[in-house]
Design a protein around this ligand. Structure first.
Ligand code: AN0
Ligand code: CP
Length: 316
């Protein structure tokens, strides 16, 4: 694998999930692969899980890992072309990415969307510039429109914990006070549509995701109907795709609580990519109950990242 930016970069999704679960059993069996190889993780935005799990995944494979919070610790980066750099930016992404490619065998990049200009965000200009200029394999650590390492870990978690061959999985929109990206739900939908699951997306009117990511999913505005007898409920907020980045008020009752879960989906396991705002997106009574598998899910981020990095090292 030379690029991991979406599920479309994966030849065999089932095999990658199986590989992640094997690595979980035997994390240090492939340390020779990463010997004298450098993984650079470049963050333009904050991170807890992605940063630590990917760092650990690289170390498990014997790699040297460098983390750069370029938004705070690097020179102020110019991302636009055809600019006279007489403002506050000090270094252009063209030189910065090229130089980081000189020091690295694999690069990971996190770059969130601006949520102002849909065309710009959905053309993935920043992520694609890294890919173009660094000239080494690149892993997305969440780009403007997708979070594939998260979705792979989510699928690994579902495979690991499912109690029937084709579980019912529901992506359920949750309230928030801020405009959040569509990257996590886009990506989750895209991966679930390629997995052996019965997949439904539930959101209030106005939160339709781009059809490019949801082809094959059942989509409804009726949350109770959607989550009925679900095996896995994936809770996540996102802002509107149209008008882009909008937050539509009045949907606070989309936050799940135990009473509603017990009534319609008593056996559901509840997932969230984290970070989660308690009692705004998801009730603390669910998060503190055995129904919640969010910490287990976050733990699986290591094995997802390790499976991807292993396939990249094998192709170097
Ligand atoms: C980000 C998002 O929703 O895309 C990162 C999630 C992994 N979340 C927030 O900004 C709170
Ligand atoms: N889920 C996730 O990607 O978390 P971080 O933003 O903390 O990396």
């Amino acid at each position: 694998m030379k690029l991991f930016s979406s599920v479309n970069d994966v030849k065999d999704v089932k095999a990658l999930v199986a590989e992640a679960l094997q690595l979980k059993q035997n994390p240090y069996a492939h340390q020779h692969l990463g010997k004298n190889k450098t993984l650079s993780l470049i963050f333009l935005n904050p991170s807890l899980r992605t940063r630590i799990s990917t760092q650990k995944a690289g170390a498990n494979l014997g790699m040297n890992v460098i983390v750069l919070n370029i938004d705070k610790e690097g020179w102020a980066l110019e991302l636009r072309d055809n600019m006279i750099m007489n403002g506050t930016t000090v270094e252009h992404i063209r030189e910065a990415a090229s130089v980081m490619g000189e020091y690295s065998d694999i690069i990971g990049v996190r770059s969130f969307p601006g949520l102002k200009d849909r065309e710009e965000d959905y053309s993935e200009t920043i992520f694609n510039k890294f890919v173009e200029f660094c000239k080494v394999p690149v892993v997305s650590l969440e780009s403007a429109t997708r979070h594939p390492l998260q979705s792979l870990a989510d699928l690994v978690t579902i495979e690991e914990l499912k109690t029937k061959p084709r579980p019912k999985v529901v992506l359920s929109w949750a309230p928030h006070i801020k405009a959040l990206p569509q990257a996590v739900p886009n990506s989750f939908a895209e991966w679930m549509c390629k997995a052996n699951v019965d997949f439904t997306i539930a959101h209030p009117a106005g939160y339709e995701l781009s059809a490019d990511f949801t082809n094959g999913a059942n989509i409804t505005h009726d949350q109770d109907e959607a989550i009925k007898d679900a095996d896995f409920i994936y809770v996540k907020n996102w802002s509107a795709y149209e008008p882009y980045g909008a937050v539509i008020g009045g949907n606070e009752d989309w936050m799940l609580n135990n009473t509603r879960l017990d009534a319609v989906a008593p056996n559901a396991k509840v997932m969230h990519c984290l970070p989660v705002r308690r009692d705004l997106e998801l009730s603390s009574e669910i998060l503190d109950s055995p129904k919640s598998i969010v910490v287990h899910e976050a733990g699986n981020r290591v094995w997802a990242a390790q499976a991807v990095l292993k396939q990249m090292l094998e192709a170097l």
